[in-house]
Unconditional design. Structure first.
Length: 370
């Protein structure tokens, strides 16, 4: 979610469109309760596409800085600053919904929920000892952030070695093998969000991220982007929902998801980075990119709240799709407002504070030297 895709930079606007549409698909996948008769049999592949996108964009944004000497601490701080403000907002929204439901039902788990919240306040997963099978028991999608941060750390630690593209390619192949094992070990289970499939989540994040970095290298590690404008960008973005609708059964779930993520995901990113949308679509694609992370990390609590409201008021089944549409519109609106008026200002304040701190340290060091 760095500059270059989703932050107002139009360098790769088609990637922005992919990211935004993918986030909408995730919201729909988590709210199928409101879409009777609709199924997304391969919907979990959206997460693998996000990891691919992240690898490409992180390489575009950070490889020159890492080559110039940006350290591990600076890189990690920048990633945490990018993730945390919206993460904590989404976590608190989901916690409020879940805690209220538990308390209203007189559930003894309400007290346990508070203990589960404590580590999650600082982006640390709740350990299974706190009676949660989920890595993040409130804001479930946050498991992807955790594994992305782990893989980001591995990337920066091994950056000097991974500058050799052949070595990077070998890493991608090894991660592809791990991904294949993951898909066949937890077929159809969307591994990663539970403790019993945590290794699967690490395999998905590793393959997607490093494959995205490899795509960036393959296309020449562009620093300046000059891509032709084409309506093909709309077709590329429209392909993404089809990824969630590939028919499959339990027996073929593993191979289907591996092909989509491991073999078709890379060509999708290659195609998306190669073209820019027509001017008439560029603004829409950029907005989709800007709100994508906010929509992804804020929607879960809203979905839980909407389902709880439906249980209370027992909506007629024919009205549920309307409620589903309303939910997506509300979530997208919240994402837009939160990204523009909360996330950006908060991150700017943090970066300014860090800059002032660095300046004070320089002044102190200069004074001491004199």
């Amino acid at each position: 979610m760095t500059k270059g895709a989703g932050s107002g930079d139009s360098s790769f606007a088609t990637l922005d469109g992919l990211r935004g549409v993918g986030a909408i698909m995730v919201v729909m996948g988590h709210s199928l309760y409101f879409w009777p008769g609709i199924q997304f049999p391969t919907g979990p592949v959206m997460v693998d596409i996000f990891f691919l996108l992240s690898g490409f964009v992180i390489a575009y944004a950070f490889e020159p800085r890492l080559s110039a000497g940006t350290g591990i601490a600076t890189f990690t701080a920048m990633r945490l600053i990018r993730f945390y403000p919206l993460y904590i907002l989404g976590t608190l929204i989901a916690f409020a919904v879940i805690y209220t439901a538990l308390r209203d039902n007189g559930d003894e788990g309400a007290a346990q929920a508070i203990w589960q919240l404590v580590p999650q306040l600082v982006m640390i997963p709740s350990p299974p000892q706190l009676q949660t099978p989920d890595i993040y028991s409130f804001n479930n999608p946050a498991w992807t952030l955790f594994f992305e941060l782990v893989v980001n750390l591995a990337y920066v630690l091994a950056f000097r070695l991974l500058q050799n593209t052949r070595i990077l390619a070998l890493v991608v192949v090894a991660c592809a093998v791990a991904l294949a094992l993951t898909d066949f070990t937890w077929p159809g289970a969307n591994p990663g969000h539970r403790w019993d499939s945590a290794l699967g989540g690490l395999a998905r994040a590793s393959f997607g991220f490093f494959a995205g970095v490899l795509v960036f290298r393959v296309v020449g590690s562009p620093r300046k982007v000059d891509r032709p404008r084409s309506w093909a960008s709309l077709l590329i973005v429209a392909v993404l929902p089809a990824y969630a609708l590939v028919p499959t059964v339990v027996e073929t779930q593993a191979i289907t998801e591996f092909v989509l993520a491991g073999m078709l995901g890379i060509p999708l990113i290659l195609a998306a980075q190669a073209v820019q949308p027509p001017k008439i679509l560029e603004g829409l694609f950029l907005v989709l990119g800007r709100i994508s992370y906010a929509l992804y990390i804020l929607h879960y609590g809203l979905v839980l709240a909407a389902i709880r409201l439906d249980w209370r008021f027992n909506m007629p089944i024919e009205l549920k799709p309307l409620a589903g549409i309303a939910l997506i519109l509300v979530a997208a609106s919240l994402a837009y407002v939160a990204e523009r008026y909360y996330d950006r200002p908060v991150r700017k304040l943090i970066m300014s504070a860090m800059a002032r701190s660095r300046e004070r340290r320089k002044q102190t060091a200069k004074t001491s030297a004199e």
